[in-house]
Design a protein around this ligand. Structure first.
Ligand code: IMP
Ligand code: MG
Length: 181
């Protein structure tokens, strides 16, 4: 694990190239700009997974904007069923009057997103929308609206481009997946 190269694709069904991702982000950035002309736009990155997507997305939005970060971690091992999320890094900036876009890496069951949307709504933003690089609709347990979605994918464990496997592989410049067992 601590030597050699890692920029190799996995054997799973989901593969998104660097080029595909870059092209899609240019489209999303333009869509976000067009939807928020004249508004006080504020993007919030959900650490850690969304950091690469966030970095590329903000550089595709050609208008004034501000950014902030929050970090969440799971409560114990049954987060997937309880949806309980612990905020381990809170926002630094106020949301009052701002048009907020929450930036996520992937919406899977939707539980994390639902929790975060509730949290943000309580801080008086002018509006809250969601941008996610990926979505696995077949896994959804609660309905959440993704306003700006990069790609809909099949149910496979994906990694790269910010998403990790046991804290590794976040640095892959593309998204790849493991072969389902
Ligand atoms: P949800 O609460 O089930 O929607 O889970 C969302 C979080 O689980 C994401 O922000 C990711 O951190 C993680 N996650 C879900 N699916 C994957 C995956 O295929 N690869 C890596 N992380 C994932
Ligand atoms: Mg995440």
């Amino acid at each position: 694990m601590h030597q050699g190269r890692v920029f190799t694709t996995g054997a799973g069904p989901v593969q998104l190239s660097q080029h595909q991702i870059a092209e899609r982000i240019v489209e999303l950035g333009e869509q976000i700009r067009a939807d928020h002309e004249g508004q006080d736009l504020h993007l919030i990155c959900v650490l850690n997974g969304a950091f690469v997507f966030m970095a590329d997305l903000v550089r595709a939005i050609d208008m004034p904007l501000t950014i902030d970060f929050l970090a969440v971690s799971s409560y114990g091992s049954d987060t997937k069923t309880s949806g309980e999320v612990k905020l381990v890094k809170d926002l630094d900036l106020s949301l009052a009057g701002k048009h907020v876009i929450l930036v996520e890496d992937i919406v899977d069951t939707g539980l994390t997103m639902k929790y975060l949307l509730g949290y943000l709504e309580g801080r008086n933003p002018a509006s809250v929308k969601v941008a996610s690089l990926l979505s696995k609709p077949s896994r959804r347990r609660v309905e959440v609206q993704v306003d700006y979605l990069g790609f809909t994918i099949d149910d496979a464990f994906v990694y790269g481009y910010g998403l990790d496997v046991d804290h590794h592989f976040r640095n892959l410049p593309f998204v790849t997946s493991q072969k389902p067992d």
